[in-house]
Design a protein around this ligand. Structure first.
Ligand SMILES: [Zn+2]
Length: 195
């Protein structure tokens, strides 16, 4: 996040673990901006926004300190329990706005948080999903997960941005927007878990 954008989230978690509550949870915050998830365009009215202090991809993106992640884990645990939010509805801003946002990004420890019940992280090594044979199949699967993507059958820049967003969340070793075999396999795996 950029510090100037911080005022629009419900919470901001600083690198030292300090949690700032900026907007009451009952009120709409503007963290997502123009966004989309699973048919819903008004993401701001249907979500609790948490930003993590970090210089961000354009200004020296760096690892999230332990104190920050520990504080986030406690906060998210509390928010999820109070609002009965399922793990699959814990999303990155890059997930709901893949054409505009990259945060929290490939350094965010999704597997660790998922182990605490925050977000999805299946055992990808154990999954039997064969992967998706075509771009069209991958686009359908990404749309089934919740991403805003048109099913065109071709790899235009918009689709590549969505694939890169998926990778930032579920395949952080590779965030190039390319639909390689492993990325296709993971897309199929997460789609299989989606309602
Ligand atoms: Zn953000």
């Amino acid at each position: 996040m950029r510090p100037a954008a911080a005022v629009s989230a419900h919470y901001v978690v600083d690198e030292d673990g300090t949690v700032w509550r900026l907007v009451d949870e009952a009120r709409r915050a503007w963290h997502a901006g123009r966004a989309f998830w699973a048919g819903e365009r008004d993401v701001n009215s249907h979500s609790i926004g948490i930003e993590l202090v970090n210089p961000g991809h354009e200004h020296g993106y760096r690892p999230f300190p332990e104190a920050q992640i520990a504080a986030l884990e406690a906060l998210a645990h509390d928010v999820l329990a109070r609002h009965k939010i399922p793990p699959g509805r814990v999303l990155g801003h890059s997930d709901v706005a893949p054409q505009r946002k990259q945060d929290p990004g490939e350094l965010f420890p999704w597997p660790r948080l998922a182990a605490a019940g925050i977000g999805l992280w299946p055992d990808f090594t154990a999954s039997a999903e064969p992967g998706l044979a075509t771009v069209e199949a991958a686009q359908r699967a990404l749309a089934a997960i919740g991403y805003e993507v048109a099913v065109t059958g071709t790899l235009a820049p918009e689709t590549e941005a969505v694939i890169a967003a998926f990778q930032r969340h579920f395949r952080p070793e590779r965030c190039d927007g390319a639909l390689d075999l492993e990325t296709a396999r993971r897309i199929a795996r997460i789609a299989a878990l989606s309602p």
